[in-house]
Design a protein around this ligand. Sequence first.
Ligand code: AMP
Ligand code: ZN
Length: 664
Amino acid sequence: MNIEQKITALRNELREHNYKYYVLDQPSISDYEFDMKLEQLQKLEEQHPEFYDPASPTLRVGGMVTKNFETVAHEHRMYSLDNSYSKEDLEDWEKRIQRILGDVAVEFTCELKYDGASISITYENGQLVRAVTRGDGVQGDDVTTNVKTIKSVPLQLKGDYPPKFDIRGEIILPFEGFAKMNQERIEAGEDPYMNPRNTASGSLKLQDSAMVAQRPLDCLLYSIVGENLGITTQFEGLEKARSWGFKVPTVAKLCKSTQEVMQFADYWDAHRHTMPYETDGVVVKVNSIQQQQELGYTAKSPRWAMAYKFKAEQATTVLNKITYQVGRTGAITPVANLEPVLLAGTTVKRASLHNADQIAKLDVRGGDTVFVEKGGEIIPKIVGVDFTKRSEDSVPTEYITTCPECGTELIRKEGEAQHFCPNDTGCPPQITGRIQHFISRKAMDIEGMGSETVELLFKEGLISNYADLYTLTKEQVMPLERMAEKSAENLVNGVAASTAIPFERVLFALGIRYVGETVAKKLARAYKNIDALMAATQEELMAVDEIGERIAQSVIQFFNEPTNRDIVERLRSHGLQFSLSEAQLENQTDKLKGQTFVVSGVFETVSRDELKKMIEDNGGKVASSISSKTSYVVAGDNMGPSKKTKAESLGVPIISEQDFLQMV
Ligand code: AMP
Ligand code: ZN
């Protein structure tokens, strides 16, 4: 086998594994084996840029940045759907259809209505050429770069596909991935996203496709459009799309009557929670394409299709009391404590009220009868009040002005929805929250210790910050509730073992607001040790790639606080890692010290991320926009024209990938 054949074989093999993993959900090799093969392909492609292929599985990681999404006209208009809410609505629709078609048999294909962002993807000769959002139906935004990072979207089709067609589908965020994303945001002290649908459509408009690649997005396809496709029914279309490698849910049914349609709809109304993603109804389509053509379109929607909307799952119950939770960062969250009620298969006792504005908007009060809904959100929410049931002596809710845990007066910063308790060093849930974050799995991962132990240790006065963990003795811990000699020993050993945890995770564990796992890694790599980081100015911090004003300010503020500096010193004296290890430093030089780079375009032999890492590893800085302080712009293919003009006008040298590789 020559090199080209080897590359092709690897690409085909990886494509097939991608398909099995992301589309069929049936991987046949381990993640590790997959990564090894991908790496092998990456190496070969690096050495042989002449065999570049825009559909290579190595290009899934993203890296292209889109400043403005180009508006593109749809070759075939993207319609919306008429809605129906009852059996009667559906029967009326069937009558209208029969009137147009005459006395012929009509079959229907029923599918679930996936709740996400619509997309139209164009394929030519089996390759993905363009992905466009619905927009106003006539034209949408070209989001190709971002869509290509979604692993279940095939870049290269298989089987017997037509030379050119558009395929329509929905970009969604499955519940599990959405929950995980939110978990990470909460850990970083950021507000969680509201629901999967908005997050999915927001993701499509992110400028940095590498960020899109990190989101667990999925794409479910439901219809093929184009000329001379050789498809005679909707159901056949679904099967064909599936055979070309698209992810087409198998929950689709061919029905011979509206009665069967209703059975399908009723079944899924009751069972929709078994699906891993959000659905908000059923879409019923006339199966025969010829009949579809006879029926045609109204100004807004096809006459041959109808959405049957599930009723939003709602329950009414009494709100007993509004209480307020204080998070690790001091953020206050109002919580509605409800009379337990069954909703979407689970008993609900609490619902989120988000913030003061939400309470005022709904005018919700203790004692009210409220409507509770469960959408894509993990925590149910209150959507309204049954005012007819409100008692006459009810009084408007007054939002708290002081912290329910420590009594400190709350603050609300300009432009922020949330109130905060500013007493970060003396407010109990903030103290324990920070320690709980410190010991958590992704931070110091202290074995033998859980959230409850932290609370217990705090209550007993044994710890008041995470540095105190390192002076705990077995004798102090043993008398605690549910502690035995063995568990006390495990705890103390677990704490001692954590001194080996690498610097970037220690940095994450400190719990600086907005410094999540990724940011901590960036900072650790850029500054190499805590002293350099503590000495950094806001401006210097902002020069680090992806560190904005908000994060920079938060870091400065954290280290300006004498108690925090003191705690860092104590942790240091206990042997925690406050600098990168020898091994981590080995790959690093000072060759690019004092120089700032802007990276733009696509590269042949290294990915954008690798290039950025090389700059940072060699002591240089990566900035996101060109200014007079930029030393070099490293330009790949497709460098943005505005960047080019800017660099030229400021006299910043533009260098190629090869020039750069020579520098390091
Ligand atoms: P609406 O936005 O309420 O007008 O509903 C129309 C949208 O439903 C379409 O633009 C699609 O994005 C979406 N949709 C979700 N699932 C399906 C499906 N199985 N068939 C057709 N459209 C669907
Ligand atoms: Zn407080």
